[in-house]
Design a protein around this ligand. Sequence first.
Ligand code: PEP
Length: 251
Amino acid sequence: MTRTPLIAGNWKMYLNRAEAVRLAAAVAAASDGVTDREVIIAPAFTALAAVAEAVRGTAVKVAAQNVAWEKEGAFTGEVSPLMLLDAGAEMVIIGHSERRHVLGEDNAMISRRLRAALQHGLLPILCVGETLAEREAGSTFSVVEEQLAQGLVDVTAAQMDSVAIAYEPVWAIGTGKTASNEQAQDVHAFIRAVLSRFYEKTLAERVRILYGGSVKPENVDSLMAQPDIDGVLVGGASLNAKAFARIIHFQ
Ligand code: PEP
């Protein structure tokens, strides 16, 4: 089973429009001619449309960092799936650990967002991962399974072909600490086994599972060499054109 690697940059709450367009152009240049892997960048909402315009016709696609569960309405501060599509986004990150642990989003909210994304044709990247306390308590697998079970409520097998999962141990995000290749591979294999149980094996074999947590040029090659790691979700290093270019060209 070959899964096309997915390299995603999460720009978080950084870069104004001009800076975002400049970085997007550099990512597009670095991705020129790349056909054996997909490259995605996720700017802040304010830069989405400008970045989508800047990468139009290139190998780079654009993702949003979150999505509302309704297509419109009285939801101050939220951005609807239709608005994201209108701005040029094709994918969306859902359930990022900063949304869960800093902004208080729970599994129920995350599942609503994910179903809305699917309903409107935005491809979701569902993030899961344990905190340090949960890892130390030996509950990594149960936490991740619960996040998958609740996050994927009512998602059909046919819809699963549009979903990517990102395993992002919270203790490795923005901390400079990366999960070891073995720690990451173990959880990725577990996630695939859970998906086989929830759906079926051949479907689970098709789903892309990305690793996120202090991915850098120095560790991307060995992470991507793991059999169940199908891509990376990159925060800090995706803000540096040279570092992200090296990550795109992992070997
Ligand atoms: C992220 O934002 O999803 C992330 C993994 O950040 P970092 O690469 O900085 O750890």
